[in-house]
Each structure stands twice: as C-alpha cells, then as structure tokens.
Write a protein that binds this ligand. Structure first.
Ligand SMILES: Cc1cc2nc3c(=O)[nH]c(=O)nc-3n(C[C@H](O)[C@H](O)[C@H](O)COP(=O)(O)OP(=O)(O)OC[C@H]3O[C@@H](n4cnc5c(N)ncnc54)[C@H](O)[C@@H]3O)c2cc1C
Length: 527
C-alpha cells in the first residue's frame, strides 16, 4: 500500500532493528525530528527474533558480583580480535558500551540485568562473567497493540535468557509459557524491540512500515530518500538495514562459503548498496556472525529456505558432528561463531570444502533425553537419516563405514574417560554452560544405543557483519577515509568493530547498540 509519505525531518533511519531504534531514540533525545522507515510490515528485523543478549563490558549493572574493568576488557578483546583492532578503537567500544547501557537503563523502557554467563573464552586473560545483558519481559497488557506490530519469535519460547539458561537441558516451563503467550508478553529480542518502539514513540519518533528505501540521493545539505511508502527529505540518514545474508548475489560476491541465514528475510543488503552508491567504502566483507544450523529441508522463513540454530544440540552429551569422511573435525560445544568458521576449510587435494556437508550424529539415549530441532523429546525429526547400527547409518549417509565406526568408538572412549583430547569438548566453562548438568559430564556421553540418527548440519548465519566502514561516531567513510555527507551506519549494515571475532554471547547486539548510541548522540549534539 502506498502511503504517499512526504516528510521533511532532521534524521531518517532506515531499518527498525535494535540499531535503528537506538539511534532514533538517542537522536530524538537531542530534540531532532526522526522518522524510522521499515521495509517489512512488522518491526524489529532480526533483533526482534533474537535472544536479545547484548555483550557490553564493564557496565554499571554488573555490580560487585561480576567485577570488570576497562583494562580487563581491553586485554580480553585484544586477544579475541587477534590484535587486528587498534587499542584505541577497543577502548572506545568499552567506554561507549558502558555509556549506552546507562542510557538504556536510565532513559528508556528497556529493562536489563547482567546475565551470569562467562565470555566465550573464559580461560583467556581478562575474561569475565556478566558482560552479557538479558532483557526483562515486555508486558503486552501494559502497552496494548505494540507486540502485534513486532516480528514474532522464530526459535525462542517467551522466556528470558536467564530462565532459558536455567532450563537448557530439562525442558521449559509450559505453564509460564502459556501465561505469557496469553498476555502477549515478549521476551529476549522481542522485549528489546518492543521497549525501544515504546521509547521511540514516546519521544515523537514516527515509525513507518512497508517503507523499504530503494533510493538515496544527495539533496542540498542533506538527503532525499525514495521508499515504497513515499519520499522523505532528511538532513542526516542512518543506515540500519541489517546485513546482506538474504541476497544470494552479495553472498556469492563476498562470502567464503554459502551460509544458511536464520535472520529476518527482509535483510537483503539494501543499505549496503545504498551506502556504496553514495560513495561509502567497505570492510570485513568475508565475515558473518556464524552459527551452525540444523538443515531441515522443509524449513522456511517467510517462504525462503532457512534453518534452526544447532548449538544446543551440538553441545549436549551423546552427540558428535562428522564430515563426509566420517571424522569429527571440531569441538562441537565451542561457541557457534568460532565453530562456524571451521566450515570455511578447503581440502587442498580436492579443492572442496572439507566439512560441508556435515552431520550431527546421536544415539537413542540422546533422543530419549533431548529435543532435536524443536521436535518433542523422544521423537526423531522426520528428516533425520537413521540406521540400526553405526555401519548402517554410514551406508545411508554414503560415508565410509569403517571410519565412522572408528570415530564413534574413539569418541566413546573419550566420553567414558570424561576427557576429549582431540578437540577438548566440554573443557571450558563456556562449553559447559549449555550442557546438561544432570549428567556425569555436561557435554560428553558415549553413543551406544541404536538406532543411530544423523541430522544434516550446514554453516549458517545470524547476519553478515561486513559492511560500510565508519568512524567511531558511525559516519560512513569513503575510500579516502572522509565522511560521506551526513550519512551514518550502525548494526550489521556496517563493518563489525570486532574484526571477525565474537567475544561473548551478545556481541552482535552489543556492538549494534553501542555504535547506534554513538550515532544518535552525535546527531543529537552536532546536527
Ligand atoms: C535466532 C537468533 C538469535 C539471536 N540472538 C542474539 C543474541 O542473543 N545476541 C546478539 O547479540 N545477537 C543475536 N542474534 C543476532 C542479532 O539479532 C543481529 O545481529 C542483530 O539483531 C542485527 O541488528 P540490526 O539492527 O543491524 O538489524 P535487524 O535487527 O535485522 O534490523 C534491520 C531492519 O532493516 C530493515 N530493512 C532492510 N532493508 C531495508 C530498506 N531498504 N528500507 C527499510 N528498512 C530495511 C529490515 O527489514 C529489518 O527490520 C540472533 C539472531 C538470531 C537469528
């Protein structure tokens, strides 16, 4: 539906995910008139379906339980980013993240608590707990109509991340979930977006859906935007349109291997292309926020092939992951981003990706204890491949039976010993966090009871994280390092501040919020 939008504003924000809404709210705090243009009919993009956790070190909500400091966070981030990011930039991140958390906590409707999770590499110097923030539930009855405007969850039930961590292996509280569904309560990323929508509208920010922007032209000192809903003239533009993962042309152009997106399908790289056309430069284009996915052949998101996060299934005891050679190739319980990088490996002898395809292999004991891909405990997904013995399963997968049997036997010995010398699965506190604490080992158990089942696993993404290069305040920079007019970028449309690293759960939202806060503050103070 064309709305014949015809607006003159200070700031036009393209995209209504966490990055767009934070930039909009913070700019409006400085008295700027702001419109948020959202391409989809529902608000929130990937942010709305996410876990909502934001990794923002040294924030004031950590309190005495979780000690942190700039120096500790800097030490950790320097290691995590492989020395690729200047210390000055990391210091900027740590300082600004703390400021953004304080502003969210004190000036917006977003309610946050420190999540007691460890960083993804708790053994590295400077690591801490509590840097990730969990969003408190958004009560739908208090703000009628808001949650119906927001993209619904695709993966998480309506529980907080704190509740989910407590229930990881034992199943969710059905009564609590039914109650929250009836009340229209949103949690996690849905609560983050809903709270930000309320905060934005309380500040007079106009939010327009069905308003995909497809043209951005310089217009005097500002910009003229053409969208599906009409035209906007703005003194400054914030690109916050997410990554390019749902654009096969851009995936093929930049990524080292195809990835299955599980993010909002409206993220097709529009802002990246608008920014490039305006003269912006790009960085970190081969990187994605990675996650291995369970590849149900019938799984669709908005009608397009997608998948489900596989990290819990890969962590729980009684499972392994093997490649087409029938061999394990990674610590299955390591964080999903670092695991996903292994799929890039090319076998120099064949020129093919060595670990694509891959399979999660489980035994019947595992099936009797855990859900796989959302199926009820005790049931095997219809799309699993099964065999009554390991050898039969290998034949069904066209894997060498001797090698797979050897892999399972070797793993079973390690599991019985409670120690995986090959890949160190379950040694780190971060591995064990999503494991099953009720078992003798939270991440290791032998695969002994047939039938055995295999579930296809593919490299996937929560969103790409290469994109437009910006300065600290989010100004898009051209190839000479100069700002492109009043053009800003935040979130997955921009090059990640972490190089190709994912320092802790919530790094993508943490960096999106931090940059967007800096963008909004700059617009509030200087436009
Ligand atoms: C299941 C799942 C769980 C996750 N959990 C976490 C987590 O707990 N912590 C974490 O840090 N990260 C998590 N992530 C990743 C995280 O959600 C994303 O990286 C983050 O939300 C990206 O924010 P964004 O604002 O850049 O983009 P988005 O939230 O995707 O918003 C971009 C918006 O721009 C809109 N848009 C696109 N093109 C246009 C256009 N031309 N005109 C107007 N609008 C446009 C899109 O429709 C979309 O609504 C998760 C992802 C998934 C899928």
């Amino acid at each position: 539906m064309t709305l014949d939008l015809d607006l003159d504003v200070d700031v036009a924000v393209i995209g209504s995910g966490a990055a767009g809404l934070v930039a909009a709210c913070r700019a409006a705090d400085g008295g700027r008139t702001v419109v948020v243009l959202e391409k989809a009919d529902l608000l929130g993009g990937t942010s709305a379906v996410s876990g909502g956790v934001a990794w923002m070190p040294n924030h004031h909500l950590m309190g005495p339980d979780y000690p942190d400091s700039t120096e500790a966070a800097l030490t950790y981030l320097t290691t995590a980013t492989g020395g690729q990011v200047p210390a000055q930039t990391l210091r900027w991140y740590i300082r600004t993240a703390g400021e953004a958390v304080r502003w969210l906590d004190e000036r917006t409707r977003v309610r946050l608590v420190a999540l007691p999770r460890p960083d993804y590499h708790p053994d590295w110097a400077g690591a801490a707990r509590g840097r990730g923030l969990d969003v408190q539930p958004f009560d739908g009855t208090e703000y009628p109509g808001v949650t119906a405007r927001i993209r619904p969850p695709t993966y998480f039930p309506p529980i907080t991340m704190t509740e989910r961590d407590a229930m990881a292996a034992s199943g969710f509280d059905a009564e609590l979930i039914a109650h929250r569904n009836a009340a229209g309560t949103r949690t996690m990323g849905g609560a983050l977006v809903a709270s930000l929508v309320v905060s934005a509208e309380e500040r007079g920010v106009q939010i327009v859906t069905g308003a995909g922007v497809d043209e951005l032209r310089p217009d005097g000192d500002g910009w003229r935007l053409t969208s599906a809903a009409g035209t906007v003239r703005a003194r400054a533009v914030v690109l916050a349109s997410g990554g390019f993962e749902w654009n096969p042309r851009l995936q093929a152009a930049f990524l080292p291997n195809p990835v299955t997106p599980i993010s909002a399908p409206s993220n097709t790289g529009d802002g990246l292309e608008l920014g490039l056309a305006a003269g912006g430069s790009v960085g970190t284009m081969r990187a994605v926020w990675g996650v291995p996915v369970l590849q149900d052949p019938d799984h669709r998101y908005d009608g397009r092939p997608s998948g489900r996060m596989a990290n819990v299934e890969l962590t729980l005891p009684g499972s392994i992951m093997v490649n087409a050679a029938g061999r394990r190739f990674v610590n299955e319980a390591v964080n999903y981003h670092d695991l996903n990088k292994v799929f890039r490996t090319i076998d120099p002898n064949t020129g093919q990706h060595e670990h694509i395809p891959a399979w999660l292999v489980v035994d019947s004991g595992y099936v009797s204890r855990y859900s796989i891909g959302g199926t009820p405990v005790g049931q095997v997904p219809g799309w699993a491949i099964s065999g009554s013995t390991v050898e039969e399963l290998a034949a069904a997968l066209a894997i060498d039976a001797f090698t797979l049997a050897q892999t399972v036997a070797e793993f079973n010995k390690y599991a019985a010993d409670g120690h995986d010398p090959l890949f160190h699965r379950g040694e780190s506190a971060a591995d064990r966090y999503l494991g099953d604490a009720r078992q003798p080992h939270p991440c290791l158990a032998p695969l002994t009871q047939g039938p055995f089942h295999a579930i296809p696993i593919r490299p996937g993404t929560l969103g790409t994280c290469g994109g437009l290069v910006t300065d600290e305040d989010g100004r898009v920079l051209n190839r000479r390092g100069e700002p492109v007019g009043n053009l800003y970028a935040a979130g997955n449309v921009a090059a990640t501040v972490f190089a190709d690293a994912y320092p802790g759960g919530g790094a993508t939202l943490g960096s999106a919020i931090t940059r967007a806060f800096a963008v909004g503050r700059t617009l509030a103070d200087t436009l």
